[in-house]
Design a binder for this molecule. Structure first.
Ligand code: CO
Length: 209
């Protein structure tokens, strides 16, 4: 099938509806974007950033990958963070994981999955940092859920450890990094009560002068 007709029809309907309800919507949006939020989430098709938090196009800057990982040398993710922080001046970066994450599940196994194992390796590192706690959870579902949470915690730390975020704080920019979890089963968001807003709140090892 060369043409995905259903998607184009959907787009036509959607843009017509938007123009009907807010005639200047696209005109305003094409002039500039001023999102206050950046979202780092899982690529999972069941976790669409805008819909979950009820935001319109232009309101949230989004980066997604498998299991919402922030790798120190991932130029893709780092470039998105840099653009969001330095140019768009977002006030909040949200790392949002989700329960039942296939990436997390795969990282708990020892089967080979091909190229993706190199990505999952970062998740295995997270497991290793918290091995004692995770190994002590006997119920597999609870263990997996806790791994999802600890992964968000570590990725929040990774965002904060970037030179981008630390330089923004140094310059006095108002910027907070949050950790959330989404439940696909119920559609609910949970705030993990992780909110980092300055360099005093990060580990000394990573803190830059
Ligand atoms: Co996932």
């Amino acid at each position: 099938m060369r043409k995905l007709a259903r998607l184009f029809q959907n787009n036509k309907d959607w843009s017509a509806k938007m123009k009907r309800t807010q005639p200047d919507f696209f005109e305003k949006l094409s002039a500039q974007q001023t999102p206050e939020y950046m979202w780092i989430g899982c690529a999972d098709s069941r976790v669409p950033a805008n819909e979950i938090v009820g935001l319109m196009p232009g309101e949230i800057f989004v980066h997604r990958n498998i299991a919402n990982v922030v790798v120190h040398t991932d130029l893709n993710c780092l470039s998105v963070i840099q653009y969001a922080v330095e140019l768009l001046k977002v006030k909040h970066i949200i790392v949002c994981g989700h329960y039942g994450c296939g990436g997390i599940r795969a990282a708990m196994e020892n089967n080979e999955h091909g190229l993706i194992d190199n990505w999952l390796r970062h998740l295995k590192d997270v497991y290793r940092y918290h091995q004692q706690e995770l190994d002590s959870i006997k119920d597999e579902k609870l263990k997996e859920d806790r791994f999802c949470e600890l992964n968000v915690l570590e990725q929040v730390n990774n965002v904060c450890h970037t030179t981008i975020v630390q330089n923004a704080w140094k310059a006095g920019q108002d910027l907070s990094v949050h950790g959330w979890l989404y439940s696909i089963e119920g559609g609910d968001l949970t705030d993990l009560d992780i909110c980092i807003s300055g360099k005093d709140e990060i580990s000394k090892t990573h803190r830059l002068v």
